[in-house]
Design a protein around this ligand. Structure first.
Ligand code: AMP
Ligand code: GLY
Length: 428
């Protein structure tokens, strides 16, 4: 079977690498891919946002399965467009993609189905928003309703910060139409965790847990990024917490999809806050997380293509999904200097061949220059994955790999995998 993968980041490299091991997969085509994906797939220069171009590509290639990595093409209906060609797509359709593309849609879904989440209000004009500043006290959480590449959430510590957040979102329209509606939420205190689940009409199956590190600097300081590293399994999920998440969040979510006629097929990524009152949903994403996927998929024993195909047939509940419980992973992201702001591009990456074989390097923002050298081409450049029998061993291997690789301006956190007293994302 031929598989088409849409996207070109570390997540897509991990998906391509895993699918390449499938006994069902013969050829992989990736749009647009990157310099690492190119080593295992045929890359085609069609951007992940180019819905028409991707639809035409699917029509020409006739893949047996298309897997969509990033949120934007999902929100814009790429699944629907490719399904209309009579082809199979793993990834939610446009109506389900609202679960990530509109925070207001998701908050209404959670409220309607009694799923624990922060209290909220929504605003479509700046005057009413400003009149309500401090409605849930401070810090005040303000969110652009639409997609904003993970940057549309502002946590304002006081009234002045909230005023300027309101101006930024609705006055200056920093995030464009994404800020036409603003959701204000109660501030939740606790520890964050990511849970990725395979979903079809009859089942919601959590993958092994993972922990993401969102901030740019060590000690969880500085601005938010797409994610600077991850490890799996999470050290804060015990069996009791898993049971609670299943009962209070997963099962009501699946029932909610059914009740609302949402035929979700793909990966649901649940951002959780583990609070004193129990786990609460911070957000839904409707795709694999990046870099959580790079830490989680190497621990998957079951054929990934089989799982995806079974979800498309509503067969997940009858599919056995196995994980390698004896393996721990830590993925360290190497980013370009300046990220998450404006960053350098085109710097030659050296040392990739010196990385020991047990350490896997997933490419994210990489490309080739005219000499054929692998160069930086994005904010997050590489994900270096260490694996081991213990968490500490996996962590040591990841840093051993990162130390072998260099490019001008490279930055990475030294504390990926460190569990602080409290937890990495504790806000107390
Ligand atoms: P989101 O894009 O909705 O996941 O928000 C980005 C980040 O903002 C989250 O990962 C949390 O760290 C933080 N955040 C979002 N909503 C809340 C909330 N209601 N209370 C506390 N922190 C939040
Ligand atoms: N690592 C967070 C995300 O993929 O959105």
């Amino acid at each position: 079977m031929k598989v088409l993968i849409v996207g070109g980041g570390g997540r897509e490299h991990a998906i391509a690498w895993k699918l390449a091991q499938s006994r069902r997969v013969g050829e992989i085509v990736c749009a647009p891919g990157n310099a690492g994906i190119e080593q295992i797939a045929r890359c085609v220069p069609v951007a992940a946002e180019d819905i028409e171009g991707l639809t035409a590509l699917a029509k020409a290639e006739q893949p047996g399965l298309t897997v969509i990595g990033p949120e934007t093409p999902l929100a814009e209906g790429l699944t629907d467009a490719i399904e209309a060609l009579g082809l199979k797509v793993f990834g939610p359709d446009k109506s389900c993609a609202r679960l990530e593309a509109s925070k207001s849609f998701t908050k209404a879904f959670l409220a309607r189905h009694g799923i624990p989440t922060a209290g909220y209000r929504e605003y479509t004009d700046i005057e009413s928003l400003k009149a309500d500043i401090g409605v849930f006290g401070f810090p005040m959480v303000l969110k652009a309703d639409g997609l904003a590449a993970g940057k549309g959430v502002i946590i304002a510590e006081d009234r002045a910060a909230a005023e300027s957040a309101a101006d930024e979102l609705m006055g200056l329209r920093t995030f464009g139409a994404a800020g036409d509606k603003v959701v204000v939420e109660e501030f939740l205190r606790g520890t964050e965790a990511s849970m990725l689940c395979f979903v079809d009409g009859g089942a919601i199956v959590p993958m092994e847990s993972a922990q993401d590190y969102k901030r740019i600097y060590d000690g969880d300081k500085g601005p938010n990024t797409g994610g600077m590293g991850a490890y799996s399994p999470s050290l804060l999920f015990d069996a009791a917490m898993e049971r609670r998440v299943r009962e209070c969040i997963l099962l009501p979510t699946l029932a909610g999809f059914k009740a609302d006629g949402l035929d979700f097929k793909g990966v649901l990524f649940i951002g959780l806050m583990l609070t004193d009152e129990g786990p609460k949903v911070i957000e839904f994403n409707n795709r694999f997380g990046d870099p959580e996927t790079q830490a989680v998929l190497p621990r998957l024993k079951t054929d990934l293509a089989e799982i995806m195909l079974s979800a498309l047939e509503n067969n997940l509940s009858r599919t056995v999904i196995e994980w390698d419980g004896g393996v721990r992973t830590v993925c360290v992201v190497m980013a370009a200097g300046g990220y998450p702001g404006a960053y350098r591009k085109g710097d030659v990456i050296t040392g990739l061949r010196d990385v020991p074989a047990d350490i896997r390097v997933f490419h994210a923002g990489t490309g080739k220059n005219e000499n054929g050298d692998i160069v930086t081409a994005g904010g997050r450049v590489l994900g270096v994955l260490g694996q081991g029998r213990t968490h500490e061993e996996a962590r040591a291997r990841a840093y051993e790999g990162a130390a072998r690789i260099s490019f001008a301006g490279a930055v990475y956190r030294e504390d990926i995998g460190v569990v602080y007293s409290g937890f990495p994302h504790s806000r107390e």
